[in-house]
Design a protein around this ligand. Structure first.
Ligand code: PGA
Length: 251
């Protein structure tokens, strides 16, 4: 049976003390509850070590927000997958729309990042999603298919089993405009169909596909109740412990 996952992407927010308070409150709250999904926190890189110390004694898993597409070497400012793996990092976000947009990350770089992570036993959370004008012009399925093909479909089916896909329509990220449950389900089922076509039905059935984009405690349960929506990638709402815990409990 495929895993349900709720991921909190803190982006570039919180000072060290705030980050420590947030993760310890989330860990304490969740430790008292019965949860049916995996819970993953993505703090900024400088806090990964602190966060993985907390995670060790809790139900939480830790993810990085980014990784270098290179192995090691003279790449100033970069952090390699092997460095992340030394910190007991379980997952890493790849291809978030903010990285595609502000850092010009290309599909081929993203495919390399996926490779580096898999070489180091870290599971990629691979983000895909269309811009508003692409949806308005009816290209959303083409965009998503292209992103899946270029970023992921070089993998063989065993490798692909380590992938979590996050469908994040760019127009919903940080905007307060959330995809309707029907829009989410329609795209998630399309993505699962692509995986089945490329690999096979069982790989498609095993793949966790998350929804992201203005997901909060008011809309999470209806989004997550769709049969192909296996949890969420949460930005803004993951910065408040009580809000994030409510979203986890909706899964
Ligand atoms: P948001 O961000 O929940 O603030 O819309 C989601 C994301 O960027 O992953």
């Amino acid at each position: 049976m495929r895993k349900k996952i709720v991921v909190g992407n803190w982006k570039m927010n919180n000072n060290f003390q705030e980050a420590e308070e947030l993760i310890s409150t989330i860990a304490d709250d969740l430790d008292e509850k019965e949860i049916v999904c995996e819970v993953v926190i993505c703090p900024p890189s400088l806090y990964l070590e602190m966060a993985s110390d907390y995670a060790e004694e809790s139900v939480l898993f830790i993810a990085a927000q980014n990784v270098s597409s290179f192995d090691n070497g003279a790449y100033t400012g970069e952090i390699s997958a092997s460095m992340l793996s030394e910190m007991e990092i379980s997952y890493c976000i790849v291809g978030h729309s903010e990285r595609r947009k502000y850092f010009n990350e290309t599909d081929s770089q993203l495919a390399e990042k996926v490779n580096r992570l898999l070489d180091n036993n870290i599971k990629p959370i691979f983000c895909i999603g269309e811009q508003l004008d692409e949806r308005e012009n009816g290209f959303q399925f083409d965009v998503v298919r292209n992103q899946m093909q270029k970023g992921l479909f070089h993998l063989n089916s065993d490798e692909f089993l380590n992938i979590t896909v996050a469908y994040e329509p760019v127009w919903a990220i940080g905007t307060g405009v959330v995809a309707t449950p029907n829009q989410a389900q329609e795209m998630h089922s399309y993505i699962r169909g692509l995986i089945s076509e490329k690999y096979n039905d069982s790989t498609a059935e095993e793949t966790t596909i998350l929804y992201g984009g203005s997901c909060n405690s008011d809309n999470a349960s209806i989004l997550f109740s769709n049969k192909d929506v296996d949890g969420g990638l949460i930005g803004g709402a993951s910065l408040k412990a009580d809000e994030f815990v409510k979203i986890v409990m909706s899964c």
